[in-house]
Design a protein around this ligand. Structure first.
Ligand code: IMP
Ligand code: MG
Length: 207
């Protein structure tokens, strides 16, 4: 007779009370919070539906610009219920200032995008200098199509002829941080998007 075996017990999970994340340290540096976690998530989901519809049956390569897109990209591609390839380009345009500086490439593409449908993802479209440069570089690689998706757009500051095909939020002319966006490499980890108090960057520029 077969010996009865006991069903395997799942490991006990200790339930500890977790403190809700409040980000007091960062909130003190914000003039206001523009978008909370939930609103961002809802909007990113909507963007993913548009992208799914437009790229159905296509050979999609998502090209993301480091470092500001980390959060947005991670959420967006998880919502995209379709086959795709992912690659990164590194660009850097700011130092310890909030003004657009010289755009420098810090990482090149690895995938061959020739004949493929490329969706370029960036955190924010400000003057448009970065995306003008990156799109002209990508066009030389002869993708079948090239579209741009940004989480935020500050149309008021545009100096270049760059149009984003997918825009999460149109925002006022203010310096924002959080959800991947930084000031001097800080605040990227915040789950919300906030307007940084001008005093913070005015101080840093003086230093
Ligand atoms: P653009 O070249 O002026 O369009 O600037 C684009 C890049 O500047 C973005 O990818 C961001 O990295 C950065 N940037 C522009 N505006 C902001 C902002 O308000 N907060 C943080 N980064 C910004
Ligand atoms: Mg950026």
């Amino acid at each position: 007779m077969k010996k009865k075996t006991k069903a395997k017990q799942s490991p006990t999970v200790s339930v500890t009370k977790t403190k809700p994340k409040q980000n007091h340290h960062a909130l003190m540096d914000m003039a206001s919070v523009l978008y909370r976690e939930r609103e961002i998530s809802r909007r990113v989901k909507e963007l993913s539906w548009d992208i799914e519809r437009d790229y159905a049956g296509k050979d999609l390569v998502v090209v993301s610009l480091l470092n500001g897109t980390v959060m947005f990209l991670a959420d967006l591609v998880r919502y995209l219920d379709m086959p795709l390839r992912l690659d990164f380009m590194g660009v850097s345009s700011y130092g310890k200032s909030t003004k657009s500086g010289k755009v420098v490439f810090t990482k090149e593409l690895k995938l061959d995008v020739k004949g493929r449908d490329v969706l370029l993802v960036d955190d924010i479209l400000d003057t448009g200098k970065t995306l003008a440069l990156v799109t002209s570089k990508l066009k030389k690689l002869k993708p079948r199509s090239l579209k741009v998706c940004v989480l935020l757009s500050k149309s008021a500051r545009r100096t270049e002829k760059v149009v984003a095909d997918y825009v999460g939020f149109e925002i006022p002319d203010a310096f924002v941080v959080g959800y991947g966006l930084d000031f001097a490499e800080r605040y990227r980890n915040l789950p919300f998007i906030g307007i940084l108090k001008p005093g913070i960057y005015q101080e840093a520029v003086k230093k």
